[in-house]
Design a protein around this ligand. Structure first.
Ligand SMILES: NC(=O)c1ccc[n+]([C@@H]2O[C@H](COP(=O)([O-])OP(=O)(O)OC[C@H]3O[C@@H](n4cnc5c(N)ncnc54)[C@H](OP(=O)(O)O)[C@@H]3O)[C@@H](O)[C@H]2O)c1
Length: 315
């Protein structure tokens, strides 16, 4: 009989690659999200009846319990980058993660793969980082054999980082180097993150372990923007914005319903986001990280100035 999994957050940027990977490996997948209609695009990734969106909210006990009933594995990829009225960091990353773990344990689920983030730290200056740490603790207290996955910044066709700055570069003559652009990142390909999660689910040795996922290279924020500008063939001024000014700008920007920047995100940007020296990582799950330079041209070409044809298009 086919094995079954519930993927909370399966319609999101990373979640869709996990759903695809599981379907390709023959799993029957339940995609648990608040808006199942927005997850229907996933169905063609599997055979008829293999992928089913269901309504579930991490803030609601009954829907989480129903979503995990009878499955072999549970994946939790639910996360938010800013808080809104009901979607609070503590409720989603902390209590919600604990709720999934408790429901999975009560239902006798075999494996739980939980996505946290590099920077999860009870002492983080950012509420995001503290809530991710609270989530990890809540998960392990209720489901000690859970695997925790902590990615650095994730890139791929639907990512937030490169697409957002590419859009900005289309509109503006300059891009902001927040805090001078010295913060270090280790961008990791979404396909590698999903493959790591699928592998962790299959490997008994991954139970109870934490993995930090980063790509093959570390870049400063400035180097990432330079890489982006090179990919989209645009010259833009890189304008250093001191931390204090960035915080002030964020205080205004965070008033928007979908904020471009929040003060909490500025606090996150103050700390390097790279894999810790002794952390288990992609290699321990049998995955060779893919370079950003290989993947970025596959989805950033469309931001190049009109009239530019890439070598493949021109061939
Ligand atoms: N993207 C990155 O660079 C990155 C880096 C490090 C860590 N992470 C972590 O990786 C995970 C996935 O990130 P992502 O970028 O794929 O996020 P995303 O694209 O924003 O997707 C979030 C998913 O969660 C669902 N969701 C949101 N609130 C929910 C709730 N209350 N109950 C149930 N489902 C809910 C959303 O669907 P509905 O809106 O329909 O509910 C969506 O499917 C998150 O935990 C994130 O913190 C991401």
């Amino acid at each position: 009989m086919a094995r079954t999994a519930t993927v909370f957050g399966g319609s999101g940027f990373i979640g869709r690659y996990v759903v695809k990977g599981l379907a390709e490996a023959g799993w029957v997948v339940r995609v648990a999200v608040r808006h199942p209609a927005a997850a229907l695009f996933l169905k063609p990734m599997g055979d008829v009846g293999q992928i089913t969106p269901v309504a579930a909210n991490l803030r609601d006990d009954a829907s989480v319990t129903a979503a995990v009933a009878g499955v072999d594995s549970v994946f939790n990829l639910v996360g938010i980058l800013y808080q809104s009225r009901r979607q609070r960091f503590a409720a989603v990353h902390g209590e919600g993660a604990g709720r999934v773990a408790a429901a999975a344990a009560a239902a006798g689920v075999g494996r739980l793969i939980h996505v946290s983030a590099i920077g999860a730290d009870p002492a983080s200056r950012a509420a995001y980082g503290r809530s991710k740490a609270a989530g990890e603790q809540a998960v392990l207290a209720r489901f000690p054999t859970a695997t925790i996955i902590r990615p650095s910044i994730v890139f791929g066709p639907e990512d937030d980082f490169f697409n957002r700055f590419a859009r900005l570069a289309q509109l503006l003559p300059a891009l902001p180097l927040i805090g001078g652009g010295k913060t270090r990142f280790q961008p990791v390909y979404v396909g590698d993150v999903a493959a790591a999660m699928v592998a962790a689910n299959e490997r008994p040795a991954a139970a109870g372990k934490t993995y930090e996922l980063g790509g093959p290279r570390i870049y400063t924020f400035k180097e990432l923007l330079e890489l982006l500008l090179q990919q989209i063939q645009r010259d833009r001024l890189l304008l250093p914005v001191p931390w204090g000014i960035a915080r002030l700008q964020a205080a205004f920007l965070e008033l928007a319903p979908v904020p471009a920047l929040t003060r909490d995100q500025v606090r996150l940007l103050e700390v390097d986001n790279v894999v810790a020296p002794n952390a288990a990582g992609l290699a321990d799950l049998g995955i060779t990280p893919t370079a950003a330079e290989i993947i970025l041209p596959t989805y950033l070409d469309r931001f190049r100035p009109h009239g530019y044809y890439s070598r493949t298009e021109g061939a």
